[in-house]
Design a protein around this ligand. Structure first.
Ligand code: SF4
Length: 433
């Protein structure tokens, strides 16, 4: 370490890739580094320790992780970097390959190895030190479980993160209270599958009970549930949307497909009609509820007809937010061995067709929203003076469109009422009322 680093503690730069679950892992390890005396949040060219928290979910995510590692490796020559550490999902899945293929990396660590990572950077006897929030200070993610028992045939998550294990409710509630005490006003509840929470312990707190309890935290303003699963979406959860005012009318409901043969081969545990009925019930019980979903295009054996069925439903169901992924053939998953693998260019065409259909829906909806009022939270100042980046109750952080608010004297973290004045592509434009 340099003299400066020895005096002040080494500087740490961390690049967090992938999803919000990875982000929490990044926040946890940064808090440990900070508690041990390191200076976290340094720019990469100044940092003595650079950590890349990788994602190994699908092919493009793996590529991005590798590119990021290689990109940061240059700071060993050009900057101060003395330790380049790789952690996270990709490291968990391909530790040996990474060790052998990337000699510039000083340490490869899988999940839950924070202590080992700190030891490799010269810090011994460190302990759990909470979270160093990487989100704007008014918003945070809250993880209620890890792992997944669903075994969808295309998914690598159970291979990476293991079987489902829920956190005790008391621990989750304490963490939420702590976050709110620190100034967090919006909590986004996450897991690999949030709706299964509590189902394994009959008589215990189910997901909707947990949300009702979290909503009681006095200064919490918005509560949002992400990563639900259509196969075990409890009725109580639909009631919760109708009954808990702080719970944002927003459901993140990954459907993955709407053809029964494909759903069966994906092992999703749900049929098309069951998914459609769930959407109908949610919309009937919670008027204005926003539905976000994701689909996989080009699953093995997907015929033109099956794809068109999905496309028709996308047009008909008018989701508020939609993500589409081309199917990614992941080794060690059952779907990777299924016959009828779809050529890449066909997958890409199908993704584009679905996104085009969705674009028309969103543009028409955005136009219809002009003149309406809604509550937003200001997330950050925009590039232009007097323009702010904000989100409504139906826009989740990081994954959805946003609302640009044009106004003077606003501040980050403020919740305000706005009127929609226009749209800019997928995003809305609004002004304070
Ligand atoms: S429910 Fe989600 S995380 Fe679990 S196996 Fe299926 S796709 Fe993967």
């Amino acid at each position: 370490m340099s003299d400066d680093a020895a005096r002040n503690g080494p500087r740490v730069h961390l690049a967090s890739l992938g999803c919000a679950k990875n982000l929490i892992d990044s926040e946890r390890i940064l808090a440990r580094f900070a508690a041990a005396g390191a200076i976290v949040g340094a720019p990469p060219e100044e940092a003595e320790i650079i950590i890349v928290n990788t994602c190994g979910f699908i092919e493009p995510a793996k590529r991005e992780s590798i590119d990021t590692i290689l990109d940061y490796a240059r700071y060993k020559e050009e900057g101060n970097c003395q330790r380049l550490i790789v952690m996270g999902c990709l490291a968990q899945r391909y530790s040996e390959e990474l060790r052998q293929g990337l000699p510039e990396v000083d340490g490869v660590f899988g999940l839950n190895q924070d202590e080992e990572i700190l030891a490799a950077c010269g810090f011994t006897r460190t302990c759990d030190s909470g979270r160093f929030l990487l989100t704007p200070s008014h918003t945070a993610y809250l993880r209620i479980s890890d792992g997944c028992d669903n075994r969808c045939t295309y998914c690598t998550i159970p291979l990476i993160r293991g079987s489902y294990h829920g956190r005790p409710a008391g621990e989750i509630i304490s963490e939420a209270e702590e976050l709110v005490e620190r100034g967090v006003r919006e909590i986004n509840v996450i897991a690999q599958d949030t709706t299964v929470y509590g189902a394994e312990a009959p008589g215990g707190m189910r997901i909707h009970d947990l949300l009702a309890r979290l909503a009681k935290i006095p200064d919490l303003h918005w509560l949002r549930l992400l990563y639900t699963h259509p196969a075990h979406f409890p009725d109580g959860m639909i009631d919760a949307y109708a009954q808990i005012p702080k719970l944002c009318p927003y459901v993140d409901l990954p459907l993955q497909h709407l053809n029964d043969d494909i759903l069966r081969r994906m092992a999703r545990g749900v049929t098309r009609d069951e998914s459609l009925r769930l959407i109908e019930r949610l919309r009937a019980r919670v008027p204005g509820i926003a539905i976000r979903t994701t689909f996989i295009a080009g699953f093995p054996g997907e015929t033109d007809e099956q794809f068109n069925e999905l496309l028709q439903y996308v047009r008909q169901l008018e989701f508020d937010h939609l993500g589409v992924f081309p199917y990614s053939q992941e080794e060690d998953t059952p779907a990777a061995l299924m016959p009828g693998q779809v050529p890449e260019e066909v997958k890409e065409e199908r993704v584009a067709e679905l996104m085009l259909a969705q674009q028309e829906i969103v543009f028409a909806r955005n136009a219809s929203l002009v003149g309406s009022r809604m509550e937003v939270v200001i997330d950050a100042p925009g590039d232009k003076d007097g323009v702010w980046l904000a989100r409504s109750r139906t826009q989740a952080p990081d994954v959805d469109s946003i609302t640009f608010v044009e106004g003077k004297g606003l501040s980050v973290g403020e919740f305000i009422e706005v009127e929609v004045t226009g749209a800019d592509g997928y995003d809305l434009i609004a002004r304070p009322v």
